[in-house]
Ligand binder design. Structure first.
Ligand code: TXA
Ligand code: MG
Length: 340
């Protein structure tokens, strides 16, 4: 299959492909999604095979208007209203009890709930309107790899396996949406951290919102099924180095050079400028330690080293707090939790 590129001027062609049950990747404010008609089971099954995604990992359904929600979910709890008002369109996925009979088990993985979000990207909102149906949209990468933050990343992973890619340039946030479970409305639960933080949610709801246990280090299986798999991993192993202490970076570099590794550094410019001459290659996460800039560049950086001779990536880790939690969640997964 040839994979075509679409832009604003030919979105209606992309919408026709969706209506015909084909796969079209779309840009969002977080990462690129792999779009298919959420109401067409055959199309949804193609998403799993194109990505190589385990079938017990449910998908997020993307909508373009608040009105579409009523027809998809069993009930909209009162707590959802201020969140929708404040954060949609935007990087907040909400989990509702699903309306029976609307989605195939391929969308929900057989759960009685469904994840819904309204992405903040004008091309994709238009695509959903033109296609006249909700779209499933897992990140448009091969399962297990870093999520795509550009059309080129999608093409690299899925060329020949999908009908099209809508090119909306680099995505603004760079990490996937916050996933908030509202199926027990009295106890909203963050299943995946993202750009909308625990504090942001608390401010809108006027009460505490908790993290799913495994996100704060407990051993049980996560409630978001996808969080248990290997994720965000490039071809080379990743090791985390915490902070900007030059001596620690020096020590790590010396240690892995002795082991015969060819080292790549994924860190901010201040670190890079000091250690550049000692390593094979570098990728900048921004001028200085800033977790938003680092989040924007993380996946592009992990993918960058695949085109180099590097055999090991040393990546900049932050102290975990409300603002750094999403970045650290993805980075720790890409490193399998390994720190120097
Ligand atoms: O920012 C995003 O959310 C991107 C863009 C493309 O919209 N999409 C994305 O989709 O990250 P995906 O499939 O890579 O991640 C969906 C996450 C998984 O961890 C999945 O387990 C969880 O949402 N999820 C989906 N439905 C769920 C449900 N009913 N209950 C619990 N978790 C669910
Ligand atoms: Mg993903």
């Amino acid at each position: 299959m040839e994979t075509s590129f679409f832009k604003e001027n030919n979105l209606s062609e992309a919408a026709k492909l969706i209506q015909a049950g084909e796969l079209v990747a779309f840009p969002t404010e977080t990462v690129y999604g792999l779009g298919a008609d959420a109401l067409n089971e055959e199309a949804v099954k193609k998403v799993y095979s194109a990505k190589g995604r385990p079938s017990d990992n449910p998908l997020i359904v993307h909508i373009a208007s608040r009105e579409e929600l009523e027809s998809l979910v069993a009930e909209i709890p009162a707590i959802a209203e201020p969140l929708i008002k404040k954060f949609w369109p935007g990087p907040l996925t909400l989990i509702f009890k699903v309306k029976p009979g609307v989605f195939s088990t391929s969308v929900t993985a057989g759960l009685e709930s469904v994840a819904i979000r309204m992405p903040d990207n004008s091309l994709t909102l238009k695509l959903i309107q033109l296609a006249e149906r909700p779209l499933v949209g897992p990140s448009a990468n091969t399962s297990g790899r870093p999520s795509p933050t550009s059309a080129e990343h999608v093409y690299h992973d899925l060329e020949g396996k999908i009908a099209g890619i809508i090119d909306g340039g680099a995505t603004g946030i760079g990490l996937e949406s916050t996933v908030l479970d509202l199926t027990s409305p009295e106890n909203p639960l963050i299943l995946r951290p993202g750009a909308i933080t625990q504090q942001n949610l608390k401010e809108v709801l006027g009460k505490d919102v908790t993290y799913d246990h495994h996100l704060i280090g407990k051993e049980e299986a996560p409630k978001a099924p996808g969080m248990k798999y290997t994720h965000y991993a490039p071809e080379e192993p990743v090791i985390l180095v915490k902070g900007t202490d030059y001596n620690l970076w020096r020590k790590a570099i010396t240690h892995y050079l002795k082991q015969g590794e060819t080292i790549g550094i994924l860190a901010n410019e201040e670190i890079i400028s000091k250690v550049k001459s000692e390593v094979e290659d570098v990728f900048s996460l921004g001028l200085k330690a800033n977790v938003n800039e680092a989040s924007y560049s993380l996946y592009a950086g992990l993918r960058f080293f695949e085109k180099t001779k590097v055999t090991l990536i040393l990546a900049e880790a932050y102290e975990i707090n409300d603002n750094t939690r999403a970045y650290m969640n993805r980075l720790e997964k890409s490193a399998g939790g390994k720190y120097f």
